[in-house]
Each structure stands twice: as C-alpha cells, then as structure tokens.
Design a binder for this molecule. Structure first.
Ligand SMILES: [Zn+2]
Ligand SMILES: [Zn+2]
Length: 260
C-alpha cells in the first residue's frame, strides 16, 4: 500500500524546491490519495527568518494549498505547518492557525531549544547534559500544549552526540514519558536517512533516526509516524519505507494518519 506523507515543505522556506501542487502530483503519481503540507511556520515577528517564509507570505501559502485542492479533487490535501513552540505564539497557533485559518494540523519541532534565555541550535548544540535536559523539557512542554499532531525528529540530538550516554537516556525518557502521557505520536524522520552519515567510534550511522532512542521507545505505549520530511517534490514519499522497516524491527506501533 502506498503511504501518506504528513511532512512536506515548499520553496517558501528558502531551503526547499517546488510548490504544493508539485508535491501533490508526485505523491499521486506514486499512488497516494492524501498528503499533508507542513512548511516551516511563518511567525508573526519573523523570528529565525533564514529557514521559513516571511509572515507576509502566509496567505500565498494557503492559496497554494487551496489551488492544489481545486486542481486535484481526487486527493485529500491537509493544511499544516511545522512549528517551533514559544508561549508568545500560543494564541497565534491555537486561535489563528488552527482556528480562523482552519489548519488541519501542526507539527511540533525543536530546531532550537531554549536554555537560560538563549536559543540553542538543536542540530549541533545538544551535546551537553544541560542542553539535553533543556531539550527534553522543551519537547515535553510542546507536547503538553496539545497543539501538535506529532513531534518531528525527537532524536535530532543524534547530530550533536557521537556515542550514547546516560544523559541521552535521561533526555529520551523525558521525551518518551511525555509522548505517552499526552498521547502524542513521535516521528521517524525520513530526511535523516538522506543526510550525510556520521562517522563515529562505533561506525557509520545516520545522524537520526538514532537506534538507541527508538529501542528505548519500545518500553512506552507510544505511536510512531514515518514521514519523508520532503524538501524536493521527488522526495515526497522518500524513505517512509525505511522508517516503517526500522519501526517494525524495533516493534514500534506505527500510524499512517495522525489526524484520526
Ligand atoms: Zn526544512
Ligand atoms: Zn521539516
């Protein structure tokens, strides 16, 4: 059966190519009948502008989804965004995006993690006990808001750490416990399979998904969603099969659609 992808970007984020219709066509050609669009969220104060559309492109993004829906009525296209959380954006996410603007879902993602009044870059600054503790707390807070349909790449700390240690176990247990308590699915991110592999003392591995995190996940009653995290139309379903095989090997329960 052809999978559905719920993690899809567009050219607007400045590091992806293609628009909604290009991803929808690619997914449909491969047999998908649904697709979730989730570009990096536009923020009202244009914070972290390098990796997202400016706020004034939000209407254009929504129109691109609307026009793809009209052009491809045979396909269900979900309107979403991939969001960093900050309490300053809570009502924007809840009342404006999920409310007035009728978004179908939001993905929670920590590309940054708050520590002592600063934001750490999550792709290379999660290599200390203090940073990991902060990251675990941040994802927990994110899940407790109830705003997010799932959490993207919870194991992104695989980029900052070479080998597993007890701080990583503690951080992972914080995240996994919160996922279970809040019933929030966690994502096995297909883009991790496409990134340059990491040379470590223990050999070559993907930066994420990182196996020890998901091996611990098997101790918790949680659900897992496999996505492509596509940044090019041709990747719209890429590596979802790898994610599903990875989940199966570790006996994790997968879901295809986080919205019902
Ligand atoms: Zn991206
Ligand atoms: Zn993404």
């Amino acid at each position: 059966m052809t999978p559905t992808n719920f993690h899809t970007h567009t050219f607007r984020c400045n590091h992806a190519t293609g628009d909604v219709i290009d991803y929808a066509k690619c997914a449909f050609e491969q047999g998908s009948l649904a697709l979730g669009i989730s570009d990096h969220v536009a923020l009202p104060d244009n914070r972290w502008p390098e990796v997202r559309m400016p706020f004034d492109q939000l209407d254009d993004y929504e129109q691109a989804i609307e026009s793809a829906r009209n052009m491809m009525p045979q396909m269900k296209i979900y309107k979403g965004m991939e969001c960093e959380y900050d309490a300053a954006y809570h009502s924007y996410f809840q009342d404006e995006l999920l409310g007035e603007r009728a978004y179908d879902y939001l993905i929670g993602a920590a590309h940054y993690a708050p520590l002592k009044g600063k934001w750490l870059f999550a792709f290379d600054k999660l290599g200390t006990a203090e940073a990991l503790l902060a990251y675990g707390k941040y994802l927990t807070l994110m899940m407790e808001t109830g705003l997010f349909a799932f959490i993207a790449h919870p194991d992104v700390f695989g980029c900052s750490n070479e080998t597993w240690n007890s701080d990583l176990t503690a951080c992972s247990r914080d995240i996994l416990g919160a996922a279970e308590a809040t019933n929030t699915p966690l994502e096995i991110n297909g883009n991790g399979f496409r990134k340059t592999m990491k040379q470590t003392k223990e050999g070559l591995r993907h930066p994420y998904p990182w196996t020890p995190f998901w091996a611990l996940a098997a101790d918790y009653k949680i659900k897992v969603i496999c996505t492509s995290d596509a940044h090019r139309p041709e990747d719209v379903l890429a590596n979802i099969d790898d994610g599903l095989a990875f989940a199966k090997k570790l006996n994790l329960e997968t879901i295809e659609n986080p919205l019902f």
